[in-house]
Design a protein. Structure first.
Length: 318
């Protein structure tokens, strides 16, 4: 089943939308909370989950007046930090509680930012319950896409990964049958251009310093090894019903073009923007509307990046 609607709805979502953030203490969850704070009339955070970061959960619950907190790691039941939760805040533990939150009648939209396969149960439950789901848990799409994607109705699942959000936006209003190829852009990571000798000496600290994105530790390491791009190819294949041989990767060091779609007539549509995850997060939460820019705008009249400089230089010499 296609995740695209025949035409974008004028609105259709409850206002304020009741949001549950799964993985609220991670990089995506933290940046999602930034978006929520910027749009208090649009979003109400009603529930959050963390794996074991109890102190962070308490901070979020107090700041956002969250009604329900889930701690997935049941060994944290006696963490003294949880005593500081606001009065009336419901506290639960374990995977089943996560699934119950994702399918709760008190939730309109679920942001699934759980890391790894642990997010598949909550994603499945949210889709079955008819929730709008902003999906940042690529691993569950990679390993369980055949299970999850048939449940997704048009307009129900909005991808959060920057590349897949870009493709989603490029494909809006288009026919999937007209797609020739999907182009996922790739910065190349912190070790781009290194030879084998240099690579043999790199450290984990270097791998964690992504050149263009601010991300969590797991995805930063996966990006440094390019394992993440392999996951993204598989994710694109599942999300957009495009044969895996037509999902292609292009190194683009500046991370300004977030991905592209090439159509059967040779036309290419690209989505550009800042290297800031708040943009695709906000798009997933605001869809089908667009809210104000969540970060500093890119001035495309300023000095071009390295890729553009190389292209212009080559054209001038020819």
């Amino acid at each position: 089943m296609s995740i695209f609607e025949p035409a974008a709805r004028a609105s259709g979502r409850r206002q304020p939308m009741r949001l549950a953030i799964l993985g609220a203490s991670g990089s995506i969850g933290t940046q999602a909370l930034d978006v929520c704070r910027a749009h208090p009339d649009e979003i109400e955070v009603v529930g959050i989950s963390v794996n074991r970061s109890c102190k962070k959960a308490v901070e979020i619950a107090c700041k956002h007046k969250v009604a329900q907190v889930i701690v997935s790691d049941e060994s944290r039941r006696d963490d003294p930090a949880l005593d500081e939760l606001p009065r009336g805040c419901m506290l639960s533990f374990g995977h089943e509680a996560l699934v119950e939150l994702a399918s709760s009648d008190e939730v309109d939209c679920v942001l699934n930012a759980v890391v790894g396969i642990a997010g598949i149960g909550a994603g499945f439950a949210a889709l079955k319950a008819g929730k709008v789901i902003a999906y940042a848990n690529k691993e569950s799409i990679v390993v369980g896409g055949d299970l999850l994607m048939p449940l997704a109705k048009p307009g129900q699942l909005i991808p959060v990964d920057s590349e897949h959000s870009a493709i989603f936006q490029c494909l809006a209003g288009e026919r999937l049958a007209s797609v020739h190829a999907l182009w996922l852009t790739c910065s190349g990571g912190p070790f781009f251009g290194m030879d084998r000798v240099a690579l043999s000496k790199v450290t984990a600290a270097q791998a964690l310093r992504h050149p263009t994105w601010n991300m969590g530790p797991k995805i930063s390491i996966d990006s440094a090894t390019l394992m993440n791009k392999g996951f993204e190819v598989l994710e694109a294949h599942q999300l957009f019903e495009v044969d895996i041989d037509r999902v292609r990767v292009l190194v683009h060091r500046e991370s300004r073009v977030h991905s592209m779609v090439e159509f059967s007539d040779g036309v290419v549509k690209a989505q550009l923007g800042p290297s800031d995850m708040r943009t695709p997060i906000q798009y997933a939460l605001s869809y089908p509307r667009r809210w104000g820019c969540p970060q500093e705008r890119v001035d495309y009249r300023s000095k071009p990046g390295r890729s553009e400089e190389r292209r212009v230089g080559k054209e001038c010499r020819s």
